[in-house]
Design a protein around this ligand. Sequence first.
Ligand SMILES: Cc1cc2nc3c(=O)[nH]c(=O)nc-3n(C[C@H](O)[C@H](O)[C@H](O)COP(=O)(O)OP(=O)(O)OC[C@H]3O[C@@H](n4cnc5c(N)ncnc54)[C@H](O)[C@@H]3O)c2cc1C
Length: 414
Amino acid sequence: MNDHTDTHILDYIAVGVGPANMSLAALAHPIDGLRSLHLERRESFSWHPGLLLPGATLQVSPLKDLVTLVDPTSPFSFLSFLAAHGRLYRFLAAQFPAVLRAEFNQYLQWVAGQLPALVFGAEVREVDFHSGAFRVRTAHDESAARHLVLGTGPTPNVPVQFREHLGKTVFHSGEFLPRLPDVTGLRVAVVGGGQSGAEVVRHLATAPAAPATITWISRRPSFQPMDDSPFANDLYTPDYVRRFHALPADEKARLLELQTLTSDGVDLPILRDIHQLSYRADFLDGTPGRLRFLPDTDVTALDGTDGDWKLTLDGRGGDTPAVVGADIVVMCTGYGYRIPDFMAPLLPRLDRTDQLLDVQEDFSVAWDGPDGHRIYLQNGARHAWGVADPNLSLLAWRSAVILNSILGETRYPV
Ligand SMILES: Cc1cc2nc3c(=O)[nH]c(=O)nc-3n(C[C@H](O)[C@H](O)[C@H](O)COP(=O)(O)OP(=O)(O)OC[C@H]3O[C@@H](n4cnc5c(N)ncnc54)[C@H](O)[C@@H]3O)c2cc1C
């Protein structure tokens, strides 16, 4: 093991290189003398590759990139990326209603290639604190730092009734593209009525190798659009989230429930596409019932064997069947935050209220370690910061808050 911990204590180590910690690296890059390491387990950067479907688009403005809303002059902005690739005029002329996720992924890869603090192929196995520093261990190395930044991203939610069947024909949407077999003529059930569910349904319904049936099941009372209106967008601003952070916990929980559709609803154009695809199947293509919609329905059990599944349904709508058969089950059941396993040695030292981490105004988690050593949490505190926390909207701002806290000065205005 290559141990350089005692002679070389960095300012911070960030774990995970998704957009959150990459934003931090991009804003940290121009700061002279700030020494950091960003460790990522993947061999190279890729943004949710399992759902990088050809027509998928960004759900926010591309100005909500890694840096612009904090430093519009940064060389790591989406506009700089377009300029560097000679695409500015073509991009404007093309008039995309929203930026393609494939292009935003290219942008993120382009930034990743310019930041020397990022290290790929470095899975963090354990983090502990002793001798005045965080000790971060990967398979090959151990490094030490004054502060730690967790940016390991969301974990797929797999409801308990599906867990024992996970495999070739039952999988989470995060693995959709690598797992998807030839579905020609098969029955596919898509569980979950949010954005991922809608993207998967539209993709399957337009695929050249088409399934015989697609059944879309959702707990929500209908397949609901995202609220992208101006007042909903106000919830995704620093001013609002600061106010939210100061509210009592029960009020936060109430608002989170009420505000769900500002982040977890479906892009309206996709709902339109799906509705029109269903119309065509029923009335023009001679395949009536090929798309079937079961809102207001819970899947209470999954039984059967590989490729011949029975989903037991509890539907509140009048015509929901008790059981639906499927060859393939795609769970579009979203994501949640889980404290990563590598934090086990520090887990008992983190402060919580009702099992939820106490995350402070500078995004550090309250813990019983010495002053001057903080554990910052990116994208893991929806309960504390509101619906914007897992979203791209406040990426640059949150990174700036964290950097200012690490530096002990206002390097970036927030
Ligand atoms: C398909 C999809 C589309 C989305 N589209 C949008 C959108 O359009 N607009 C929007 O606002 N939000 C969107 N989101 C929500 C959110 O912006 C993204 O999930 C975003 O990628 C979160 O960034 P992150 O850096 O927190 O986590 P991630 O992107 O998940 O990155 C975390 C990284 O940590 C790494 N990691 C985990 N454990 C370790 C370890 N032990 N050691 C080293 N590395 C580790 C992982 O490999 C991963 O690369 C989308 C989410 C999904 C799933």
